[in-house]
Design a protein around this ligand. Structure first.
Ligand code: NAD
Length: 379
């Protein structure tokens, strides 16, 4: 039987991405699936209903009631979960570390929920990796925000009124977002330096034409991620960084440690040592902040005139391309299970098994199960 795949408008304030684009709807139809969308499902990303060829346009409740598979950008609301049929599949960002009541609702409704954040980061999974595709949008946008807020040009300019020196830009954290930020700042003509605690990033930073800022601290962890720094390493990093920061016009911070609060890398004393008019953009503001005093969604100006800009949901600010990449990620993930229009989940495939949050009335991800159990004990 043909699988019915549904998408509705995202209701989270500020969310402008769409989980399903006309391009992906067409590809899913070509694989034998049926598509139902809520009227206006892609409107916030400029995808008109008419652009989704051959799909049924319904009210949200009807679309959800018909769905075998429900595609989301933000986690489903409790109302959406209640409107789904038992046994339906949900795929999207599910933020399993937050809101245990949502995971409970998915479990109790016997939803098969795939949290794309849990996708193993293997080579085969790259085309499905929503964290990477959306982080790239974030890194790009953060630099544009910094360039807009800075009181200086990024590039060197030789003009009749004299020569303008290029801005000095530092990118802290050279993961997916950081490397995209470095590339973007380079394209704008700034003098760019980057640093990270993973030693392999030196070569990656240099391959983009930027300089690696060596603070003498290395903290490679497991699975290609950083580990938390020891107190001594942190102190050494802080001391060296405080000195270096005095020379930068713009700093973009992107450092994260998976599943934990973002590390505090720049404190108030370091900000106080920076040039008046310098700009810091903290992409990690939403997960605790790399910069002391940063607030997600607002700009704080320090006493010495340094603007600290805390970003919130940057990918939503480029909804067309962010949606295109996100929807393709979900398509590539779905493709593992769609054969002649029918959905068959291969639980021996680690990409399916490890991305699964809930299935058949159980929570399959141990840390989330523990979180839900703790929340229950506190009730
Ligand atoms: P992330 O968002 O978890 O962290 C961003 C960066 O911050 C990382 O590079 C991290 O090392 C750095 N960081 C953490 N603590 C720091 C500190 N105290 N000071 C300075 N920097 C600090 O990372 P991410 O961008 O999601 O990716 C991390 C790694 O995973 C990268 O090596 C990336 O290439 C790899 N990756 C692999 C795949 C794949 O193979 N499928 C997909 C995506 C990412």
């Amino acid at each position: 039987m043909a699988t019915t795949i549904a998408a509705v408008r995202e209701t989270t304030p500020g969310e402008r991405r769409a989980a399903l684009t006309p391009e992906v709807a067409k590809k899913l139809k070509a694989r034998g699936a049926q598509i139902v969308i809520e009227a206006g499902a892609g409107a916030s990303a400029y995808f008109a209903d008419a652009a989704y060829a051959g799909v049924e346009v319904l009210a949200a409740a009807q679309a959800l009631a018909r769905a075998d598979v429900f595609l989301k950008v933000q986690p489903p609301t409790l109302e959406e979960i209640a409107a789904l049929r038992e046994g339906a599949v949900v795929i999207g960002h599910l933020q399993p570390h937050l809101a245990p009541e949502r995971t409970k609702a998915l479990r109790d409704r016997k939803i098969t929920a795939f949290a794309m954040e849990l996708l193993p980061r293997t080579t085969r999974a790259q085309a499905m990796d929503v964290l990477s595709s959306q982080a790239a949008v974030g890194g790009y946008k953060a630099v544009l925000i910094a360039a807009e807020a800075a009181p200086k040009f990024f590039p060197m300019l030789t003009t009749a009124a004299g020569t303008i020196r290029p801005s000095k830009v530092l990118i802290v954290g050279a993961g997916v977002a950081g490397l995209q930020a470095i590339a973007t700042a380079k394209r704008l003509g700034a003098q760019v330096e980057g640093f990270d605690v993973r030693p392999e990033t030196k070569e990656q930073i240099e391959s983009l034409g930027a300089k690696f800022l060596d603070l003498g601290v290395s903290a490679a962890g497991s699975g290609g991620y950083a580990r938390e720094l020891t107190a001594e390493e942190r102190e050494q990093q802080q001391k060296a960084l405080a000195e270096q920061l005095k020379g930068f016009d713009v700093v973009v911070t992107t450092a994260a440690v998976p599943g934990r609060r973002a590390p505090r890398i720049i404190n108030a004393a370091m900000v106080a040592g920076m040039k008046p008019g310098a700009v810091i953009v903290d992409i990690a503001a939403e997960t605790g902040g790399n910069v002391e005093g940063s607030e997600a969604g607002s700009t704080v100006v320090s006493a010495n005139g340094v603007s600290i800009i805390g970003t919130a949901n940057l990918p939503a600010s480029a909804p067309v391309h962010a949606s295109e990449m996100y929807a393709r990620n979900l398509y590539n993930f779905l493709e593992l299970s769609l054969k002649d229009g029918a959905l068959t989940l291969d639980w021996d495939d680690e990409l399916i098994a490890k991305t699964c949050l809930t299935h058949a009335g159980e929570i399959r991800h141990e840390p989330t199960k523990a979180l839900v159990d703790t929340a229950k004990a506190q009730d």
